[in-house]
Design a binder for this molecule. Structure first.
Ligand code: URP
Ligand code: ZN
Ligand code: ZN
Length: 463
């Protein structure tokens, strides 16, 4: 099947040009002005629109267990929301339960993909929680060979996901040996544990205490420690969800020293501030994510860092829990509110509105932050993350003039609230193709669950 995307403005991380895009099967065949439409099966009118590479979101949590519950999007609902928002590839976390063989954890996550077929392509990181299990090193090496080329370590969430420095460092060594990228959730989990215990002992139970017990210094200390340990281990390091100037500083310093360290932030740190935790009633629970929303003045540092390449990626950390039932588990004790917020569907529209329209960066930088850089860092480039002959035909036709209001009404996630409720944006994905197949038309998903597939990744990281 040949498809021609006609008359749009093709935007990549390094250029913009008025051109047609010819798709042959699953791949892009040609990009040039005035391509012949005689021998194609379908012409899609892209006039007045931007033609962008499909987004790559390297930080999502679909069907992820948390205590006695799990995030409320499975791979079908979560990736339906993703493609509607212009994201055609996600990299999600396969989480090893302590005591579980790493190979078994991966098998479990592949079974989830089978049970709930995705609309987007899906890669996995492996979240290591226990290196003391049998065959840990061999299983990690096999995971890399099978396309799971990044290892995640949580330096917080004591008693569940958190690893000690020995496990962190040993995993970093293994990553260096096998060419994997190390991701860290950088917060000092021991200090958080003490601060949370003290707050609860004083009767402080409201959502706002989630923020007060995780101050920026807790994140900054762990970020600097992870960077120091990665340098000793000789591995590449990616710091997830940088939320404040204090943790940005060590990332920026490492990068300007030429170290192989990268950082991401997420829309919630750019657009939601700590006042959201003070919302009346129990509404603040909607903004209980970790690290917590920060003081409003932090946001300008993150925007500047995105433009200056101190931060390389905007991911979503989509981690949805329903307000009515799941967030409610923490009424009367903020430490029991499941941590996480939804956002998988809103990344492109929000970053276009507040990044590009807001004058903080241009469209090519938008493409770099949402598609090209994550594809390069996570071993998907040039198959994903760009528009070029030979690349997968993962394409977003983005209409910059559509007016839309972010809302739970009409979004495609299972979650029962929208973190950006009532936020107006101008510009939305109109048509989305995954490997040459239209998966979103006029902003709505074509329910072809199963078109997405597991995306094995290489351990090549582009500069
Ligand atoms: O609150 C968050 N971010 N929940 C998801 C797990 C994590 O820390 O990324
Ligand atoms: Zn995290
Ligand atoms: Zn996360």
């Amino acid at each position: 099947m040949k498809v021609l995307l006609q008359g749009g403005c093709v935007v990549t991380a390094d250029s913009e040009q008025d051109a047609d895009v010819l798709i042959d099967g699953e791949r892009i065949a040609a990009i040039a002005p005035g391509l012949d439409d005689a021998a194609v099966d379908r012409v899609i009118d892209a006039r007045g629109c931007y033609v962008l590479p499909g987004g790559v979101d390297p930080h999502t949590h679909l069907d992820m267990p948390w205590g006695d519950t799990s995030t409320c999007d499975d791979f079908t609902s979560g990736t339906t929301a993703a493609v509607c928002g212009g994201t055609t590839t996600i990299v999600d976390f396969c989480v090893q339960r302590p005591g579980q063989r790493i190979a078994d954890a991966l098998e479990e996550w592949h079974a989830k993909l089978e049970r709930t077929p995705p609309l987007a392509d899906v890669g996995f990181h492996i979240a290591v929680t226990d290196l003391g299990v049998p065959h840990a090193e061999a299983d990690l090496a096999a995971a890399v060979a099978a396309g799971v080329t990044s290892f995640k370590l949580f330096m917080a969430y004591k008693g569940s996901l958190m690893v000690d420095d020995e496990t962190l460092f040993r995993t970093m060594r293994l990553a260096a040996d096998h060419g994997a990228l190390v991701l860290v959730h950088a917060e000092n989990g021991g200090v958080v544990e003490v601060l949370v215990g003290e707050a609860l002992a004083r009767g402080h139970v409201e959502p706002r205490w989630h923020g007060l017990t995780r101050p920026p210094a807790v994140e900054a200390e762990a970020t600097a420690r992870a960077i120091a340990l990665a340098a000793i281990a000789g591995c590449d390091l990616y710091v997830v969800h940088v939320s404040c100037a204090e943790s940005l500083a060590p990332v920026a310093a490492a990068r300007s020293a030429g170290t192989r360290v990268w950082g991401e932030t997420c829309p919630q740190y750019l657009l939601v501030d700590e006042s959201a935790l003070d919302a009346p009633g129990f509404e603040g629970a909607k903004a209980v994510f970790t690290p917590p929303p920060r003081a409003p003045e932090q946001q300008q540092h993150l925007w500047r860092a995105l433009a200056a390449d101190e931060l390389s990626v905007v991911s979503t950390d989509h981690c949805p829990y329903t307000f009515a039932e799941q967030k409610a588990l923490g009424r009367g004790d903020f430490s029991r509110i499941p941590n996480g917020a939804p956002g998988i569907e809103h990344r492109l529209a929000l970053m276009h509105e507040f990044g590009v329209r807001g004058g903080r960066f241009d469209r090519s930088r938008l493409v770099a932050l949402l598609a090209t850089n994550p594809a390069k860092l996570f071993g998907l480039y040039p198959r994903k993350g760009t528009l070029a002959p030979g690349s997968d035909a993962d394409v977003v036709i983005f209409d910059p003039d559509v007016e839309h209001v972010c809302s739970v009404a009409g979004h495609h996630s299972n979650v029962d609230y929208c973190l950006y409720e009532g936020t107006p944006v101008r510009g939305m994905p109109r048509t989305v193709l995954l490997r040459g197949t239209v998966v979103v038309e006029d902003g709505e998903p074509l329910r072809r669950a199963g078109h997405g597939q597991f995306a094995p990744r290489s351990s090549v990281r582009w500069p």
